[in-house]
Design a protein around this ligand. Structure first.
Ligand code: HEM
Length: 507
């Protein structure tokens, strides 16, 4: 009886609060336009439509900024370059927090990482550590695995000449190997499959719908079994990475610029403190202290940030070129003219490969590997004439922005030569119509490493082999649809038949 009464009061209270929140306040600007919602649940029933494509569709009706009420949470979707500039540059200081969910908070040990943490002093220290140490161009150990693993992929492909090669599977394997080696060191590749299993469960848990995230008092409704899956997933990760950390501690490796064998775990252990309650206040005196949980959560950031993003970009580049034979012909001709068919392509060739660079950019424009990034406002503010409440979730739709009709001619057509024009946009974050890596404080810290991997892999696949579609398939028959998640990979893997193109030996 008591439980029923409590539930009744809670429902009445929620309804009253909800209805009050809809009453117009004289001093307050209106919320941005958006589809009407239901009492209490708001637009929750539209959840399935809130993908990169669904939001782009809504934007055709409501404009570059759309308001949605997800249960008790205010949400806006940003779908135009002008609105992206507002959020990522003009009011970057207000929109640099990340929204969280029960799953994210639990799996990141209470957000002690970089990707899911709020903007603040600790996040700044993490960011410094990543940019200056882990992903830095100066850190050869993060970059060498790229060359070595691309080399091994080329050899495997050559061994399968004349047969069907699943390019998708191959490049997803490639980026897992690269990041795994960069993070844990080359010796530990044997645990890779177990680790990929843990990553896959994390991906599912991050994207599983949890009613309690939107209507907190409904936490007992748990159709996805999160209450048992979350602790199970995190303890698998604990078992896996704790062992690796212990091995690294036992080896007592030295770290620093002169140590050419250190991996990312070694690099972070240089800042390790056994104290579980490391204080993350503003006054860190320039020193970063990391706990085991910090190290584990940052490793997961790197795994999520650096594997699927890069692999899907490589697969999309190959798919778009096979789908557009003129572009394929032109990029391979450029490789033949600049590099020649008597040697492999090298990093020093890249700056002369003008059209190739345009292919990379056009792929990232049409298929930004993170199609929608999530931010959150740390204070109430205004965008144009609209009121944005404190704590609003912000879905920045890079997919819609990169295909904005006002900014791009034929926005849905794969046309690398658009980037040959003088003054064409670059992806460094100041052209708000082209944001594959985001812009501002939360933009991608792994951009250089990601681009390098993508360029190395695509250039080698194009220069070393001629590619044919299997079973006399026509280019127009390639399935170019995608799936929506943390990334937006091709819905079905790209399969093609390679033939060697070079006169020099590949093995
Ligand atoms: C083609 C490759 C890549 C693309 C297109 C890409 C794109 C992005 C985007 C769009 C964001 C979110 C920006 C925002 O929230 O506004 C992001 C964040 C992030 N990326 Fe990347 N990324 C790539 C590769 C990488 C690599 C290789 C790594 C690491 C090894 C990495 C690590 C991260 C991390 C840790 C964040 C979170 C940063 C933060 O919250 O402060 N990314 N990336």
């Amino acid at each position: 009886m008591e439980l029923m009464q409590l539930t009744y009061y809670l429902i009445t209270l929620s309804l009253t609060l909800f209805l009050l929140s809809w009453l117009p306040r004289k001093s307050q600007k209106p919320l941005p336009p958006g589809p009407p919602g239901w009492p209490v649940i708001g637009n929750l029933l539209m959840m399935g439509q809130l993908t990169h494509r669904g939001l782009a569709h809504l934007s055709a009706q409501y404009g570059g900024i759309i308001y949605l009420k997800m249960g008790f949470r205010h949400t806006i979707a940003i779908c135009s370059p002008e609105m992206a500039k507002q959020v990522l540059q003009i009011q970057d200081n207000i929109f640099s927090d990340r929204p969280t969910t029960i799953a994210i908070t639990y799996l990141t040990y209470n957000r002690v990482d970089m990707a899911f943490g709020d903007y603040g002093p600790f996040w700044r220290q993490m960011r410094k550590l990543s940019v200056m140490k882990l992903f830095s161009r100066k850190r050869a150990e993060s970059w060498n695995p790229v060359r070595e693993e691309v080399d091994s992929m080329v050899k495997t492909t050559a061994a399968n000449s004349g047969s069907r090669v699943n390019i998708g599977n191959q490049v997803f394997g490639l980026t897992h190997d690269i990041i795994y080696r960069a993070a844990f060191g080359s010796v530990s590749l044997e645990g890779k499959q177990e680790f990929i299993g843990i990553l896959q469960e994390y991906t599912k848990l991050f994207s599983a719908f949890n009613l309690a995230d939107f209507i907190p008092w409904l936490g007992f409704v748990d159709p996805s079994g999160l209450n048992t899956r979350l602790p199970a997933a995190r303890s698998s990760l604990d078992r896996f990475i704790d062992k690796i950390i212990d091995e690294h501690l036992t080896r007592e490796k030295k770290t620093g610029d002169d140590n050419m064998d250190s991996d990312m775990v070694d690099e972070m252990l240089a800042f390790f403190s056994d104290d579980q309650e490391v204080e993350h206040d503003e006054d860190l005196h320039g020193s970063i202290k990391l706990t085991r949980n910090n190290i584990k959560a940052i490793i997961m950031d790197i795994m999520f940030g650096g594997t699927e993003t890069v692999a899907s970009a490589i697969e999309w580049a190959m798919a778009e070129l096979m789908h557009t034979p003129d572009a394929m012909k032109r990029v391979q001709q450029e490789l033949e003219d600049i590099v020649g068919l008597d040697r492999r392509v090298e990093e020093s060739d890249f700056e002369k490969l003008t059209y190739f660079k345009c292919v990379i950019k056009e792929t990232l424009r049409l298929h930004p590997p993170i199609p929608v990034a999530l931010h959150q406002s740390s204070a109430a503010t205004r965008i144009g004439d609209y009121h944005i409440p404190k704590g609003t979730r912000v879905m920045i739709n890079f997919y819609a922005i990169n295909r904005d009709k006002g900014a791009w001619k034929d926005p849905n057509v794969f046309d690398p030569s658009r980037f040959l024009q003088k003054g064409s946009p670059d992806f460094k974050g100041s052209n708000y119509e082209f944001l594959p890596f985001g812009s501002g404080r939360r933009s991608c810290p792994g951009m250089q490493l990601g681009l390098y991997t993508m360029e190395m892999a695509v250039a080698h696949l194009l220069h070393c082999f001629t590619w044919e579609l299997p079973d006399e398939m026509k280019p127009s028959e390639i399935d170019m649809s995608d799936v929506f998640g943390l990334t937006a990979p091709k819905a079905s893997r790209l399969v093609a038949v390679p033939t060697p193109r070079l006169s020099c030996p590949i093995n």
